[in-house]
Ligand binder design. Structure first.
Ligand code: G6P
Length: 489
């Protein structure tokens, strides 16, 4: 990733995440094509002026042969990406198993399904062993590419073991770790068989970051209650060594969305969508098809709204974009059929020969189509059961300068802490409450919409992804300098 102005970067930043910001598609034995996925983290780091970022992560494909690995490594190097090759068995045990079947549901307060509980308990040890092994493989690659003075920034629940592995290689490495999901109450974290090992591994980092103050507080109290360490306003202390713990709420690259709305192709899309849904209010949901997103609950709330408000039945449409994800994990497969069943039933119940109340898409949209959709939306429904932050709510707000639509937002999304005053906050488990907020949103006066939008818009343009990344990395640099001073004194 080159800086747009071609200026040299000052400090090297090694960003380590489970997934690289590109997906690799094999075209031949030694030929690959790469697609950049412009997620939150990528745009955050593209905008950072002070550091030269390099990415280390899994390319999302199994590459068993040496020739393929070599060719992919070379192709990725042009994008400043460095691959970690994980074989199918490791991916199965580490990614599908420990990360997405154990940590992910636990961190989002969603228990394992009844029938899987025993099986998961049995396979726990082998999955945890694979998790540690995978983290060690990431550490090996980081160590190989590390140069003195680099900052190493580890991301997310996949890599909780990484700070420890890195410090074992080199205790002077500057290591930060950031969690993109919630960190649960210590009462939940306590149930993990590997609770202490994971906490200790994270504490090896110099700086540990979360999206909200609550997640940071949960982490510190897990360390005090489970490990018996001392929690201070600065972080966690263990025998004189401090691990700084703090909240760094992420944002988006709001300019990218605002600028996109001016493009002719986006304007064209907007016109088409307006014609297609003329005479109807547009409600929108954009989520990965994940159990934490509360998609079935959202759709049931919409059904309740239609049930109780006959007037609106032919005047509103819900567009739900549900991007398939982690499709090898059984829980996600079950969710897909559950959502299809509910959507089919409601469309059968309230649809007519010419119109249906819910348009449900099982795929992602390209960036321009997504911006257009955000811009024509009257009410966005972000009703996650739990969510680390939720940037869809930010993206929607960024695209609403002309429409000033309403955001219905789960109180269990991290974004509720920043956009709560402008949004209509709901408990996503309470379908009656969500249905009545839908009514409130659709009937809201233009004045109130404007006021609420302005509050959120100001926040979204001021607290950007770039600012988030710069703040975290400079705080990490400062933390290390302060620690060195303490040692000298
Ligand atoms: C969440 C996680 C990310 C992850 C993303 C997509 O946002 O916090 O770390 O990359 O979901 O999930 P996937 O399993 O497809 O990488």
């Amino acid at each position: 990733f080159e800086r747009p102005d071609g200026e040299p970067f000052r400090q090297r930043l090694l960003v380590v995440a489970n997934r690289l910001p590109v997906s690799a598609i094999r075209r031949g034995e030694e030929s690959w094509s790469l697609e950049i996925s412009a997620g939150g983290l990528v745009s955050a780091l593209l905008g950072v002026k002070e550091f030269e970022a390099r990415w280390i992560g899994w390319a999302g494909v199994n590459v068993p042969d040496e020739a393929g690995q070599k060719a992919l490594t070379k192709a990725l190097a042009e994008k400043r990406c460095i691959p970690v090759f994980l074989d199918e068995e490791i991916v199965h045990q580490y990614y599908n198993g420990y990360c997405n079947n154990i940590l992910w549901p636990l961190f989002h307060y969603i228990g394992l399904p009844q029938e899987d509980r025993l099986a998961t308990t049995r396979s726990f040890q082998s999955q945890f062993a694979a998790y540690k092994k995978a983290n060690q493989m990431f550490a090996d690659v980081v160590n190989e590419h590390y140069e003195e003075g680099d900052v190493v920034w580890c991301h997310d629940y996949h890599l909780m073991f990484l700070p420890k592995c890195l410090k074992e290689y080199n205790s002077k490495m500057k290591v930060g770790w950031f969690l993109h999901t919630p960190f649960p109450s210590s009462e939940i974290h306590r149930t993990l068989p590997s609770r202490s090992e994971l906490l200790r591994a994270v504490l090896a980092a110099d700086l540990v970051g979360f999206h909200t103050y609550d997640y940071a507080r949960h982490f510190v109290s897990a360390c005090t209650r489970i490990l018996g360490l001392e929690g201070t306003p600065e972080g966690v202390e263990d025998q004189g060594r401090l691990t700084r713990v703090a909240a760094f709420p992420i944002g988006i690259d709001s300019d990218r969305f605002i600028r996109a709305l001016e493009l002719p192709q986006v304007q064209e899309h907007i016109k088409e969508l307006k014609e297609r849904f003329s005479g109807r209010k547009v409600m929108l949901g954009v989520d990965r098809l994940d159990m934490i997103k509360g998609i079935p609950q959202k759709i049931l709330a919409f059904e309740k709204f239609l049930e109780e408000n006959a007037y609106w039945r032919d005047k509103v449409v819900l567009l739900q974009i549900a991007v398939p994800t982690r499709t090898d994990v059984p829980e996600y497969q079950k969710l897909t059929s559950q959502v299809h069943e509910i959507v089919g039933r409601i469309n059968g119940r309230f649809g007519s020969l010419t119109a249906v109340p819910i348009h449900h898409l099982d795929r992602s949209l390209d960036f321009h189509a997504l911006c257009a959709l955000y811009a024509v939306t009257d009410v966005a429904l972000v009703t996650s059961l739990r969510d680390g932050m939720n940037l869809v709510s930010y993206e929607f707000v960024a695209c609403q300068e002309s429409k000033k639509g309403v955001l219905v937002l789960s109180e269990f999304a991290g974004a509720a802490q920043s956009l709560g005053a402008g949004a209509l906050l709901v408990n996503p488990w309470n379908i009656t409450e969500v249905a009545s907020s839908i009514g409130q949103a659709l009937n809201m006066s233009a004045d109130e919409r404007e006021k609420r939008h302005q509050h959120n818009f100001d926040h979204v343009i001021q607290h950007t992804a770039q600012e988030w990344a710069e703040t975290f990395v400079s705080e990490l640099n400062d933390t290390v300098v302060e620690a060195e001073q303490r040692i000298r004194e």
